[in-house]
Design a protein around this ligand. Sequence first.
Ligand code: PLP
Length: 423
Amino acid sequence: MSSFTDAARHIPGGVNSPVRAFRAVGGEPIFIERAGGALIHDEHGRSYIDYVGSWGPMILGHAHPEVIRTVQERAALGLSFGAPTRIETQLARKIGELMPSIELVRMVSSGTEATMSAIRLARGYTGRDKIVKFAGCYHGHSDSLLVKAGSGALTFGVPTSPGVPKELAAQTLTLAYNDAAEVKQVFDAVGGQIACIIVEPVAGNMNCVPPAPGFLETLRSVCDQHGSVLIFDEVMTGFRVALGGAQALYGIKPDLTTLGKIVGGGMPVGAFGGRRDIMEQIAPLGPVYQAGTLSGNPVAMAAGLKTLELIGEPDFHTRLAQTTTQLVEGLAEAARDAGVAFSTNHVCGMFGLFFTERAPRSFTEVMASDADRFRRFFHAMLREGVYLAPSAFEAGFVSIAHTQEHIAETVRAAQAALQCMNT
Ligand code: PLP
């Protein structure tokens, strides 16, 4: 019996998060035994160059020796106390240094918890119920945010999940990403009822779509005009598109920021933080309730803190961006040589691959790309030893452990994959 068949006897669909099941690309998922640097190794001893990186956290590459040692040392002191530890303050201080818009920060255990709590806080702070999000953006699986969502929700064709009460879904206004005119219209009409805008400042859950010039600026200005809270969901972009996240890269200061992935260095961590006057509404300072048994877990804090220290090395993000550029340019050249319509988007350490002539700038354009071609490409690449995200609607991630040799090998794999797709 395969590991997947065995898993499916005990776990719904054999997986603990839907996209892992390979449903979007067909076939059975590979089961991972271990990973190191840019490589993951499956339980049959096959190795793959990994561009998933645990969906973003592994920016240093897998099993970075210093992170592993830090975790081991911290674990030996005890796994969880449910009482304050100094390392929570150290990570909070570090986050504030890297993202100065974050004056106070609360730790949680996932990106979903971070966004769910930030939305509750924005509603509590403004006394308003409506929220604005964008189609194809994914902010975790809490009820208010699982409306026209991206990522697995999109892959499985249920962007608005059954189980989300209609009354709650009606409070979520879903607009088109990169359509500043629509945002202005909606705020002109009902701005006074809108608690917040939540946005992925670089969309990474409908593949990868950077913000159009002026889009994030418009979000900032309508929130200022109407007293709404601007939330940057930097669960994916935080510490990845720049050391200070998308807010540093694009020079826009959000009121609240949500974090996950890299902030935990591969351990279950999320965080939300921002303006002091808003964050002071959170319990125990204020009336908006939020809590967690394992929040600020010391082992997870240690992994996150060490990761943030290591990515602060000079030139880290410049090198990461160079590697990503080499990768997407190499792949684009391979596609050109093979006569296959292909385009790419990338922002520093994240990228998107599309089987279209022109790189998509909107959700509608992403949906028009050739998902069937992607499926065939995915499997051909897997056979060649390259592990891409198993869905046409997910961004890819490069780590600092990806070398010139890994990129050259990936491009060679793509040449072979594109060749066999054409025959
Ligand atoms: N927000 C964004 C932008 C994400 O990409 C994700 C996960 O992919 C989440 C929130 C949810 O985070 P988690 O899966 O840790 O709950």
